[in-house]
Each structure stands twice: as structure tokens, then as C-alpha cells.
Design a protein around this ligand. Structure first.
Ligand code: BJW
Length: 233
């Protein structure tokens, strides 16, 4: 039985937002079935065709603005867990949507960036996204024109706040992975790090066993809106 106040690190992926109406990446109806990664999710793609990359993320912002797309019971359960657990709870999401924040999670890291932020390639400032991005947009901080990129971590780029994440993993007693296929590193390696460095208990909660399921001590399988609230209760 785990320590009642053990620090918890939770990793979430696209599966937790599926029942809010957002697509995952690698399921048959996922985003990578419609788009080629090399055309929209690498720094080279942005260099070669910024208009296409802006339009890909502008479309995803539109979907997130749909009033029907709201945090679901799994997002709310994790916010409740943070409020009620006597120890630290760090929520690390690979998702670029804002559903965890809207559900009330506060100790939250968006390791792959955020759809509603932009970064200026001229002055590096990160600002809130204002409008549909195009190549003529001006940085709100330095005024430079045409230098804004989505604040998204693409393949080959370093995910955000890695030191803080590994510090929390080093001392966690429980590591929970929710709604992620475990295909993308470094996130896919967190389970082994938590297991070996912290001797943490590790649990996978997913629709079905992921490719890395055997790395976890336990697995709970089914739709996140059912499994996550039941687990948190
Ligand atoms: C449900 C459900 C329901 C469904 N309930 N569950 C060889 C070449 C080049 C690079 C590499 C290489 N080998 C390794 C790398 C590194 C690379 C990588 O991992 N590549 C792999 C593909 C092999 N990683 C990187 O490049 C990362 N950076 C890095 O490593 O930096 C170090 C470094 C930098 C520089 C120099 C040297 C080293 C960066 C990775 C960035 C990932 N970016 C993306 C896109 C951007 C964001 C966006 O546009 O949204 O992030 S890719 C995409 O995958 C997105 C996601 O965050 C990420 C993970 O996907 P996720 O969340 O797991 O979704 P799915 O669809 O895969 O899974 C969903 C799961 O949910 C499934 O299991 C379903 O069953 C389940 N599910 N419905 C519960 N209702």
C-alpha cells in the first residue's frame, strides 16, 4: 500500500482529451492519419512552409474554441486529486490544449508547449496567442514582424521544464501515466526513471495496454472519463 502523502507525478497524453472531442495522434482516426509529421511538426517544416504549419495550428485552435469542447470528468478528477492529496501532485501533460488548466489543475507543466501561446524567434518572448497566426504578424513584445511561431515543441526540439520534471520524478512515490501511447520520448521514458530512481509505484491508465504497458506495475484499462474518476475516488 502506498504512503498516504507520497508525492505523485502524473503524465497525461491525448487520450485524456479524446472524450472532450479532441483527436489523439496515433489512433486510426488520429491527427497523424491526416497529416504528415514531417510537414507540420518539425522545425524544418516551419522553415519550409510556415503558412501550412500556421494553418495546422490555427485549425486546432478553432476546434478548441468550440463551446462543446470542455474539460471532462478525467480532467476534473485530476484537479480534485491535486486539491485533496496531502502530498505534492505534479501534473505533466504532453497535450497542448488548455483543458487541464480549465478544470482547475495548477501544478501543471505543458512539456510540449501550449496552443494558446506564441514565441518570437527574434526576441524569444513568449506571449499569449492573439489571432489567427500568419507570416505578417508582429511580436507583442519587440514589434518584429513575421517572427512568431506556435509555442509548440516539435520533433527534434527539447521539451520544456525537463529539470523540474526529473526533480519531481526522482522523489515521487507514485507515477501515473494516462492516455498516452508511450511512443514519444523523453515522456515515454519517465516510467522507467520513476521506477529505477525513485522506486515509485507505477500505474498506466489507458484505453488499452500501450506499447510500454509491461514497464508498469499495474494497468487500468477503459475510457478515461470512467477509469480516472474511479481511480481518484
Ligand atoms: C484513450 C482514450 C480514452 C484514446 N481514454 N485513453 C529518431 C529520430 C528523430 C527523433 C527521435 C528518434 N528517436 C527518438 C527521437 C526523439 C523524438 C521521439 O520520441 N520520436 C519517436 C516518434 C521515436 N522525440 C523528440 O524529438 C522530442 N524531443 C527530444 O527528444 O528532445 C531531445 C533532443 C533535442 C534536440 C537534440 C537532441 C535531443 C520532442 C517530441 C515532440 C512531440 N511533439 C508532438 C507534436 C507537437 C504537439 C502538437 O502538435 O500537438 O506532441 S508529437 C505528438 O505525440 C504530440 C503528443 O504530445 C505526443 C504524444 O502523443 P500521445 O499523447 O501519446 O498520443 P497518442 O495518439 O500517441 O496516444 C493516445 C493514447 O490514448 C493511445 O494509447 C490510446 O489508446 C489512448 N486513448 N482514447 C483513455 N478515451
Amino acid at each position: 500500500m502506498r504512503d498516504e502523502a507520497a508525492p505523485i507525478v502524473i503524465l497525461t497524453g491525448a487520450g485524456i482529451s479524446r472524450e472532450s472531442g479532441l483527436h489523439t495522434f496515433r489512433d486510426p482516426d488520429g491527427i497523424w492519419a491526416k497529416y504528415d509529421i514531417s510537414e507540420v511538426a518539425t522545425p524544418e517544416a516551419f522553415e519550409n512552409n510556415p503558412a501550412l504549419v500556421h494553418s495546422f495550428y490555427n485549425d486546432r485552435r478553432k476546434i478548441l474554441h468550440d463551446p462543446a469542447v470542455i474539460p471532462n470528468a478525467a480532467h476534473h478528477a485530476l484537479a480534485d486529486l491535486e486539491q485533496n492529496w496531502p502530498g505534492d501532485v505534479l501534473l505533466v501533460t504532453q497535450n497542448i490544449d488548455d483543458l487541464h488548466g480549465r478544470a482547475g489543475s495548477q501544478n501543471l507543466i505543458h512539456m510540449h508547449g501550449e496552443l494558446f501561446k506564441v514565441q518570437c524567434l527574434h526576441c524569444n518572448a513568449i506571449s499569449p496567442w492573439q489571432d489567427d497566426l500568419g507570416s505578417e504578424d508582429k511580436c507583442a513584445q519587440c514589434g518584429h514582424k513575421g517572427s512568431l511561431r506556435p509555442h509548440i515543441v516539435w520533433f527534434g526540439e527539447m521539451p520544456l521544464e525537463m529539470e523540474r520534471i526529473y526533480r519531481a520524478l526522482e522523489k515521487c512515490g507514485l507515477f501515473i501515466s494516462i492516455g498516452t501511447s508511450g511512443n514519444v520520448y523523453p515522456a515515454a521514458g519517465f516510467v522507467e526513471f520513476a521506477h529505477h530512481q525513485a522506486e515509485a509505484e507505477t500505474i498506466e491508465i489507458n484505453l488499452e495496454p500501450s506499447d510500454g504497458a509491461s514497464l508498469f506495475d499495474n494497468g487500468i484499462y477503459g475510457p478515461a472519463t470512467q477509469t480516472v474518476p474511479a481511480f481518484v475516488d
